[in-house]
Design a binder for this molecule. Structure first.
Ligand SMILES: [Zn+2]
Length: 445
């Protein structure tokens, strides 16, 4: 007898010795605040794994493979005058003022310098993680510095530069933002070449691919756990599926010089991107992709729409590659979470918790938790904005915002009769720590 899936799921629900939950309610009850107060201290005690962050000092150029373009617009909460940042300094360093005026900020700068002297080497940033109860934090950086403890700060390196090996005059001239970004991609590619003692681009395409693989393998040996792409900053994220012959012809034409047409360059890059995705699967290096709005006034929203990636994410050839959609597609989170229906696709929520206030981020998290709760991971996207507002403060704000929004989202789900309290705590552990850690085969904790 053919049983429709509707009937089947009906019987699954009613045959189980369920916790006798009635149908969920559309509003939380009057107990929601109490549940929140009960959950929050338990959620604060969960040691977290930060799946996306840029730890480091403000004067360290390796914190990212790119840099912020000048005069970029900032959304309200991410501006330097956000009073929550003074609260962060208070919580972390005992900052005695309520604002960050230049005279007051001097106190903070001195305090941090003092602590850095007391806590030499890796001890300083380890102490920051301890204060916000983060067990380990990804360091998505160009290169790793000596002052981060590799046991607590696993490295996620960048894969974009392999896509810009040719003359980039046209690419750099497209707008002022690309004028900042593309030369830094060239610099990154040269650093990979130096690392492998390659003095100039290999003459043959096969050798170029071999060079890419060598970098991935060496980075993995040096502690790299994943490959990050911020390609949405540099070009549209729609990837066609060119043949190796097509890419090879373009390489043969331009490796020694000459400016490729935009179409030729994109075709070549599409092939390289897919090559990296495949190698990421083979070498057990998950692929992290920036999927959200970005800094810089020329960041193109429609061309970086997370749905552009669907043809790559749902391609069965890449079923053994793990993808992490960094920033959860913000502000297209509702579409993004359905991409996580793929067994090998995960969403990281970093930046969402900084771009939005906790009241709005709670709604995002609740929607994620109600859809694929086992496919979302916590991240702060902390970054050293300047000497005063460092990675320290943004770590604190990101962790704090995520934990409060998580407690609020789960409290509503419990109060509305969607899940039980023990189940809510399981989901909290999964989101803050367990789901991400499982992706790295014991390489992180
Ligand atoms: Zn980031």
């Amino acid at each position: 007898m053919k049983v429709s899936s509707c009937v089947l799921s009906f019987w699954l629900v009613f045959a189980l010795p369920s916790r006798a939950l009635a149908q969920a309610r559309p509003f939380p009850g009057p107990d929601v605040q109490q549940i929140y107060q009960r959950l929050l201290p338990q959620i604060e005690k969960i040691p977290a794994f930060d799946h996306h962050a840029h730890p480091g000092y403000a004067d360290d150029p390796d914190v990212d493979a790119m840099a912020a373009p000048p005069n970029a617009s900032e959304a309200l909460r991410t501006r330097d005058d956000n009073p929550e940042l003074a609260a962060a300094a208070k919580a972390l360093f005992g900052y005695p003022y309520n604002d960050l005026s230049p005279e007051h900020a001097k106190w903070l700068l001195n305090k941090k310098n003092e602590l850095k002297k007391q806590l030499a080497g890796p001890a300083y940033f380890n102490s920051i993680l301890d204060k916000i109860n983060i067990e380990s934090s990804v360091a998505n950086r160009a290169m790793m510095p000596g002052y981060l403890d590799s046991k607590r700060f696993p490295w996620v390196f960048f894969g974009d530069a392999f896509m810009w090996p040719f003359n980039n005059e046209r690419e750099t001239a497209r707008n002022p933002d690309e004028g900042v970004y593309i030369p830094l991609q060239e610099k990154m590619l040269h650093r990979w070449m130096q690392q492998e003692s390659v003095s100039k681009l290999p003459a043959g395409f096969g050798e170029y691919l071999k060079f890419i693989t060598q970098v991935l393998e060496d980075n993995s040996k040096r502690g790299g756990i994943a490959i990050k792409f911020e390609v949405a900053y540099f070009r549209p994220t729609t990837f066609t599926d060119p043949s190796r012959t097509q890419a090879e012809e373009i390489y043969a034409h331009y490796a020694a010089g000459g400016v490729p047409s935009e179409k030729e360059y994109r075709t070549f890059q599409d092939f390289i991107f897919r090559y990296l995705v495949q190698e990421g699967g083979r070498l057990h290096l998950p692929i992290h992709i920036h999927t959200a709005i970005g800094i810089g006034d020329y960041f193109n929203l429609s061309q970086s729409n997370i749905m552009n990636l669907e043809s790559v994410l749902r391609d069965p050839r890449y079923s053994s590659t793990t993808f992490v959609m960094i920033h959860g597609g913000y502000p297209l989170e509702r579409q993004a979470i359905w991409l996580a229906a793929m067994k090998n696709v995960y969403l990281d929520t970093s930046f969402g918790e900084l771009a939005q206030y906790p009241s709005a981020f709670k709604e995002t998290l609740k929607m994620f938790l109600e859809t694929f709760p086992d496919k979302i991971t916590f991240g702060t996207d902390c970054f050293p904005y300047n000497q005063v507002l460092g990675a320290e403060e943004s770590y604190w704000l990101g962790a704090q915002s995520s934990r409060t929004a998580l407690a609020a989202a789960l409290a509503e789900m419990i109060s509305e009769g969607e899940i039980s309290e023990p189940r809510a705590l399981e989901l909290a552990h999964a989101y803050l720590h367990d789901t991400a850690v499982k992706l790295y085969d014991g390489r992180v904790r």
